[in-house]
Structure formats: C-alpha cells, structure tokens
Design a protein around this ligand. Structure first.
Ligand code: NAP
Length: 277
C-alpha cells in the first residue's frame, strides 16, 4: 500500500481548498506549531510539517519554547493560540519534556483547532463516531485502507501498541468500522500467536523488525506504522511481504499519510471557523 501517491493527492486537494479560501475569505488557513526544547528529531518533524504546509498554501506560525518552560507557561502559550482568530489549527510537538504535564498542555488546545487530534474531546468524538478530528496517523491509516478497498467488517484486527496518539485511536477507528479488535502491548502474553490470527495487523510498537514475517497470516493486510532508526519499520518487510495480501512499506507507507491528514484537517478547521463549510 503506497502512502506517497495517496498523500500527494490529499495534499493537492487541501492545497486547492486553501487557494479557494484565500480568494473567498481573503485569508489562508494557518497552522500554529509549538515546539518545546531542541530535540533533533522533534525539530526535524516540525520543520517538515511547516514546510509541507507552506508548499500547500497553508500559513504557519511557529512558537519555540525553551526546555525549561513550565506547564503553566506552555498552557498559557497554547491558550493564547486557541483564542487567536488568525490561527485555525494547533500542533504541539510531542514529547514536551518529563517535567511538563503533557495532558494539561494538550487540553489547552481548543477542540475546533485540534487538527492533530490529541485532546480528550477529539478522542471521545472519534470513539463515539461523532464529528471531530482524528489523530493524524490513525486517520491516515484508515484512509489508506479505504484507498485499497479493505473491507474491515467482521475482520480480526490486531493492534500492537496502545499509545494515546497511535495504538489506542487506530483500534477505536477499526472498531468503528466493525472490525473485531484485539490490542497487544508490552504485558501481552503469547503475542506471536495473537498476531498469527490477524486478518488486519497494525504494528505500532517502535521496535525495528519486531514482527516476524513467519507470524503473518497468509493474505493478511499489514500496516506498519513503526518508524525506527535506519528507516525500518516494526515488521520485517522482506519476509512479511511474501505472506501478506497487502502491506505498507517503510518508508513510503503510513509516514507520508500523517502530514497529509494534518494538512487536510487544518484546511477543514479553517473552513469551519471562517464559516465556509
Ligand atoms: P510509544 O508511545 O512508545 O508506544 C509503543 C507501544 O508499543 C506501547 O503501547 C508499548 O506497550 C508497546 N510495546 C513496547 N514493547 C512491546 C513489546 N515487547 N511487545 C508488545 N508491545 C510492546 O510509541 P508510539 O508513539 O505509539 O510510536 C510507535 C511507533 O510508531 C514508533 O516507531 C514511532 O516512530 C512510529 N510513529 C510513526 C508515525 C508516522 O507518522 N509514521 C507517527 C507516530 C508514531 P506499553 O503500553 O505496555 O508500554
């Protein structure tokens, strides 16, 4: 499953909508990014997100805070962005540092600007099947599965990983599509035998080649959300691709979808806030 082509198409649609908005409302969508500290990976992610947005005609406003910032300071910054009518979407780059209450910081994002889908409001809306913004990587995974015509109803979907931004929400989205969902995590007993029963497998662990190809059920749909040093995923692609019916490569599978969904959701948020859609 090729995420590059689909992400390009989603970005193209978002870009056209942003240009249309500029004509009709006299303003383009604006995404605010907030970075705490100078972790090299986070700096790179934020730079990539901003540059993609700018190329698509989305304005970006960047706030960089020192790693010494307090929870109160970060909450104050995010609350100001939430109240600013010129900002339509807010992205707080994770992680923010151990001394900060990350949940409090996320919750300072106004729900209608939560284009990264990180607030409790967004998670609840997504879980109830109500309108709202999905977490970007899970939302991208569902779009990819739809693109390839994967029928999820009645399928056994196994999600390995239960993080708030990836494992948990992707499981809820799969459940919403009538899959029978099993979550696995670091305390799961007998993980390989559960993986072997997956019609649809989502790997979201963060360990290189953690899932062996020999554990993939023949014909299964394999989504590898992992992205580890050396550009490798959580699934051993070379052995898994011979057994899987469909599989995402790393890179070029799930990764590009995350930014495309962020961009699309920013345009959607702006349209809503400007009364255009
Ligand atoms: P995370 O917060 O570290 O969560 C990892 C999950 O894997 C946890 O739920 C953990 O279980 C589980 N786990 C760890 N060791 C395990 C083991 N031995 N057996 C079973 N489960 C185990 O990571 P994350 O943020 O969800 O990210 C996961 C991966 O996705 C990373 O490679 C990350 O780079 C990638 N990612 C990619 C994108 C993208 O845009 N492509 C976006 C986000 C993340 P416990 O809960 O029990 O600790």
């Amino acid at each position: 499953m090729n995420g590059v082509d689909l992400a390009r198409r989603i970005t193209g649609t978002g870009s056209a909508a942003a240009a249309d908005m500029r004509e009709r409302a006299g303003t383009a969508p604006c995404l605010a990014t907030v970075l705490v500290g100078d972790d090299p990976a986070s700096v790179t992610y934020v730079r990539m997100k901003r540059s993609r947005c700018e190329k698509a005609g989305i304005l970006s406003r960047h706030v960089s805070l020192p790693s010494s910032v307090s929870t109160a300071g970060l909450v104050e910054t995010i609350s100001a962005l939430s109240a600013d009518p010129k900002v339509h979407g807010i992205l707080l780059q994770h992680p923010v540092g151990k001394h900060i209450d990350e949940r409090a910081a996320f919750e300072a994002i106004a729900p209608d600007k939560d284009v990264d889908g990180v607030t409790m409001h967004s998670f609840a809306a997504m879980s109830f099947g109500l309108p709202g913004f999905a977490s970007c990587t899970p939302g991208g995974i569902l779009r990819l599965l739809d693109e390839y015509g994967v029928d999820l109803a009645g399928k056994h979907a196994v999600v390995v990983g239960r993080s708030a931004i990836l494992g948990k929400p992707v499981g809820m989205l799969l459940l919403g599509r009538d899959a029978t969902v099993t979550y696995c995590h670091s305390r799961t007993v007998g993980l390989p035998s559960i993986v072997r029963e997956a019609d649809v497998l989502v790997a979201a662990v963060g360990r290189p080649r953690f899932i062996a190809g020999s554990d993939i059920k023949p014909g299964a749909v394999v989504v590898d959300a992992g992205y580890n040093p050396g550009n490798v995923g959580d699934v051993d692609f070379e052995t898994a691709r011979h057994r899987a019916g469909l599989i995402t490569p790393v890179p070029g599978g799930v990764g590009p979808m995350t930014i495309a969904v962020l961009l699309a959701q920013t345009v959607e948020a702006a349209a809503h806030q400007l009364g255009l859609g």
